[in-house]
Ligand binder design. Structure first.
Ligand SMILES: Nc1ncnc2c1ncn2[C@@H]1O[C@H](COP(=O)(O)OP(=O)(O)OP(=O)(O)O)[C@@H](O)[C@H]1O
Ligand SMILES: [Mg+2]
Length: 308
């Protein structure tokens, strides 16, 4: 891999298929993501979005195909979880007995120290703990919780807890962050604030790229809200089991694959999009991705990823 390829690499899913017994979920899925991209992943409920994220995370390996990520500067199979991949779920993953600061510092603690070290090298541990907390404070500041780092989860709103969960993922400085309906449980206003935060990260990417640096954030965000996908993603990827599988010689759908992959409009973080203007995109996605009656060639609306 050349230095330039490494600089631009985000993720590569190659011919990924997955099934649970007779339930065919993912079929020959190909997806290549560049560093710095914000991929909004949409698809009918049950089509396999979370299954795909778990496969990328390395906790549930696909039955067929391979998933490559950048691990310690090298392309490697994502066949186990690693620091290069982080995930944020809809349900907050915080420990109730730790403050925001310690919840965020926890990942570094588990990654960089052992129980033996913490028990028997007190001065070393105290020094490390301070270092981790200082680092956690930087990331809590980044997600807008600079003033709330000593609160416990029960003292925080849902939106604040979700910001902590995002800081937990960020502090590990992963190559790619997966977000599975991260704002699904939040009210509209809070949801919009968190979308703005993600767009600020996107702006940091653009600044880094303008200076010739690797963009710090690469995201795949699963959402059921098409407007959220349009606002946050710079690329819209639709996964669906509804495509013309007969041309591939199948009797019934062999599973969901990428049937939609197009660039999305990009917004500034302080800009509230006029969603009326994007009715065409929503309509197209509803037809191509969500409508069981519309069975198009599977690469007809795939403009960005390799289809085979
Ligand atoms: N551990 C499992 N064992 C058996 N079947 C599973 C398992 N996990 C998921 N499935 C099945 O795989 C299919 C895809 O599920 P998945 O959760 O990935 O869908 P999804 O696209 O994330 O749906 P939603 O939008 O509702 O979250 C479903 O039919 C589901 O029942
Ligand atoms: Mg899901």
């Amino acid at each position: 891999m050349t230095a330039v390829e490494q600089h631009n690499f985000g993720l590569h899913c190659r011919e990924v298929s997955h099934w649970f017994g007779d339930n065919k979920v993912l079929f020959d899925l190909n997806l290549k993501v560049d560093a710095g991209q914000f991929v909004a992943l949409v698809g009918p409920s049950g089509c396999g979005k979370s299954t795909l994220l778990r496969a990328i995370l390395g906790t549930d390996l696909p039955q067929e195909g391979e998933i490559l990520t950048l691990q310690n500067g090298r392309l490697a199979n994502a066949d186990r979880p690693g620091r290069d991949r982080g995930i944020v779920y809809q349900k907050y993953s915080l420990y109730p007995f730790l403050t925001a600061l310690d919840n965020v510092a926890l990942g570094l603690k588990l990654d960089q120290t052992t129980t033996m070290f913490r028990w028997f090298n007190w001065s070393g541990w105290a020094k490390k703990q301070k270092e981790f907390r200082d680092r956690a404070a930087v990331f809590l500041d980044k997600v807008g919780l600079g003033q709330a780092m000593h609160l416990y989860p029960s003292q925080m709103s849902g939106g604040m807890q979700q910001r902590v969960a995002i800081a937990q993922a960020l502090i590990m400085e992963p190559e790619i962050i997966l977000l599975d309906e991260p704002f699904g449980a939040l009210d509209e206003a809070t949801r919009e604030e968190l979308q703005e935060m993600l767009l600020q990260f996107y702006e940091e990417n653009k600044e880094a790229m303008a200076e010739g640096k690797k963009p710090p954030y690469t995201l795949i965000i699963v959402t059921h809200e098409l407007n959220e996908a349009i606002r946050v993603g710079d690329r819209l990827v639709g996964l669906s089991q509804y495509w013309d599988w007969k041309v591939d010689g199948h009797q019934r759908s062999p599973g969901a694959t990428v049937v939609y992959d197009k660039p999305a409009p990009v917004f500034r973080s302080d800009e509230r999009p006029d969603y009326e203007m994007f009715a065409d995109i929503r309509h197209e996605i509803r037809q191509v991705v969500y409508n069981p009656e519309v069975l198009q060639q599977r690469d007809e609306h795939v403009n960005l990823s390799p289809t085979r």
